[in-house]
Write a protein that binds this ligand. Structure first.
Ligand code: AG3
Length: 286
């Protein structure tokens, strides 16, 4: 017998996974959580029916959402991660030798527990002594935060359900406030194929609070259309400029290179046109 899980990636379009076993399925206080063993992508974390991360392809997403802002900052020491309870972003952040402290703010303690238990290779980084775990709504945490950070990575679910507040202007405004001068933040902004409007809107809003707001992309095989958008806001550094070669030495990655960093900012014509129509953000371009 073979079992299947399907995600409706866009209205009327499903991606179906062969499933060997269901390791966990529960309703948490915030969402429906499942961890399943898939035939093709290994263990897979699913929240409210949307695949969040799989053992096999997690590195595409975690490396691109993390290393673009981390390498754009000259010396990232203090880092904030909002969401990301599976630990993938924290693992990438800790590869940077300058990092002294990472605050990870996850709304749902059950995500931390499930990945610690069932996807331990991903969650291992959360046990590092430089990591401070906070179980709280990221919106509340950032609004009340009196700390400051060099880099913030918002690794959330899609802009519905518990993550909706992480896409509102007030949240970007508080993020801009908690970053040091010269600080940067990134956030996932969905599929440039199925919802380019999310990405265009995010670039516009981020541009209201940061002098530099840019869109970039990376492939993520298990996300809708296999191709994903990110927005980066910067108080100074140009996020599209890859680091010097000596910065990347000794940092082991599987997708990220100086070339994939540069290429991620090359946008297709239809996106350039949509962004231009939306009105040039202060940074212009994409
Ligand atoms: N956060 C972004 C998941 C978006 C997936 N969307 C979807 N499958 N429709 C991932 C968290 C990984 N740390």
């Amino acid at each position: 017998m073979r079992f299947r899980f399907e995600e409706e990636q866009a209205p009327g379009l499903w991606l179906t996974y062969g499933v060997r076993s269901v390791l966990r399925q529960e309703k948490t206080a915030y969402q429906e959580l499942a961890v399943v063993e898939t035939e093709t992508f290994g263990r897979t974390l699913i929240l409210d029916g949307a695949v969040q991360t799989t053992e096999r392809d997690e590195f595409f997403y975690h490396e691109m959402i993390t290393h673009v802002p981390m390498f754009s900052h000259p010396r990232p020491r203090r880092v904030l991660v909002v969401g990301g309870g599976d630990g993938g972003v924290v693992r990438e952040v800790l590869k940077h030798p300058t990092v002294e402290r990472v605050d990870l703010v996850e709304i749902d303690a059950r995500v931390l527990e499930a990945t610690r238990e069932l996807m331990p290779r991903l969650a291992a980084a959360l046990a590092d002594p430089r990591v401070n775990l906070v179980v709280q709504d990221g919106v509340e945490f950032v609004a009340a935060c009196e700390e400051a950070y060099d880099v913030a990575v918002v690794d959330s679910t899609d802009p519905v359900g518990p993550a909706a507040g992480l896409y509102r202007p007030e949240f970007y405004a508080s993020l801009a406030r908690v970053l040091y001068p010269g600080g940067l933040f990134t956030c996932q902004v969905e599929s440039p194929v199925f919802c380019p409007d999310v990405l265009v809107r995010a670039r516009g809003t981020v541009g209201e609070y940061f002098p530099v707001a840019r869109i970039y992309w990376g492939p993520v095989p298990t996300y809708p259309a296999g191709w994903w958008g990110f927005v980066v806001g910067s108080h100074g550094p140009d996020p599209s400029r890859p680091p010097d070669g000596d910065r990347t030495e000794g940092i082991t990655t599987r997708y990220y290179t100086r070339e994939t960093h540069r290429a991620a900012f090359a946008l297709p014509r239809y996106l350039q046109e949509m962004l231009a129509r939306d009105g040039a953000a202060p940074s212009g371009g994409g």
